[in-house]
Design a protein around this ligand. Structure first.
Ligand code: PMP
Length: 284
């Protein structure tokens, strides 16, 4: 695989980062993932806009322009012959020289890494046919979940907890309400109405979420933005989650309770079709 590191395209074995890099020592780094379908980038503008916001919120500087990002993404897709999968982008605050909590001095260059990951065509994900099962775990993450940092340890532990219970994924719960999924935004459907938590620092502002809500509004589909509980989810007709790497994914079980028919529901299925069609049409 050819990867990108600080201006160079290199075989992955040759891409080396300092042990004093802030990303490694402090988890001081942000990231993005852009989905690739048929060799094209989905939601590129959205991911780049969120990247700029994450950098700004953490007072991190990286002067790569939108056009340069696009060129790097496209070049990696081409060099790796990527048809389906994703491009991962990571920016850390760079090499501090010595271990220090304080940020390195102004002008220290960030570390910029991009790489591709190939996957089977995500449109045919078998999970979309069967629906996935989730378990709830307390949301013990920090309170700036709106910033997409590489601090993914709690998400990783949550996914392991789900796996150990024979389930597919985890939902985070805080103060009695579902915040989001371990790596996705979540929704329930009741009497034809889609319910999802409003945006705040409590959740990541999903790019897929933003686009799906727009597509729903254009079709006059009913949406309510409010928090919901696990009990409410268990009594819902359907549930689903969204993310760049799963699009719209039906959920059929929450904490051992089957939802509705126990099969992916019609609303989730339709939204999945709408999303994939529209996102691919707008892909670049
Ligand atoms: N929430 C969390 C915690 C995530 O990690 C992700 C995936 N990056 C999402 C939501 C979904 O965001 P997006 O639609 O931009 O992939």
């Amino acid at each position: 695989r050819t990867v990108y590191l600080n201006g160079q395209y290199l075989p992955e074995e040759e891409a080396k980062v300092s042990i004093f890099d802030r990303g490694f020592v402090m988890g001081d780094a942000v990231y993005e993932v852009t989905c690739v379908l048929e060799g094209k980038l989905l939601e590129f503008e959205g991911h780049m806009a969120r990247l700029q916001r994450s950098l700004k919120e953490l007072q991190m500087h990286c002067d790569i322009s939108r056009d340069e990002w696009l060129e790097i993404h496209r070049k990696l897709v081409e060099l790796n012959g990527l048809e389906n999968g994703g491009v991962y982008l990571q920016i850390s605050r760079g090499n501090a020289g010595d271990r220090d909590f304080h940020f390195p001095k102004a002008g220290t260059p960030p570390t910029v890494v991009l790489y591709t990951q190939s996957k089977a065509d995500l449109r045919n994900d078998p999970h979309a046919e069967t629906g996935i099962t989730v378990v709830s775990v307390p949301d013990l993450r920090w309170h700036r979940r709106d910033i997409k940092t590489v601090q993914l340890l709690w998400a990783s532990i949550a996914k392991m907890t789900a796996e150990q219970q024979g389930k597919d994924d985890a939902w985070f719960v805080e103060d009695g309400f579902v915040t989001e999924g371990s790596s996705n935004n979540c929704y329930i459907v009741k009497n034809g109405e889609v319910i999802t938590r409003p945006l705040s620092n409590d959740i990541l502002h999903g790019i897929t979420r933003g686009s799906l809500l727009k597509m729903m509004a254009e079709r006059q589909l009913k949406l309510v933005e409010r928090p919901f509980t696990i009990a409410e989810a268990q009594q819902a007709d359907e549930a689903f989650y969204t993310s760049a790497s799963s699009f719209v994914m039906p959920i059929v079980e929450v904490d051992g309770v089957k939802l509705g028919s126990g099969k992916p529901g019609p609303v989730a299925k339709r939204l999945r079709e709408i999303y994939i069609e529209e996102a691919l049409k707008a892909a670049i």
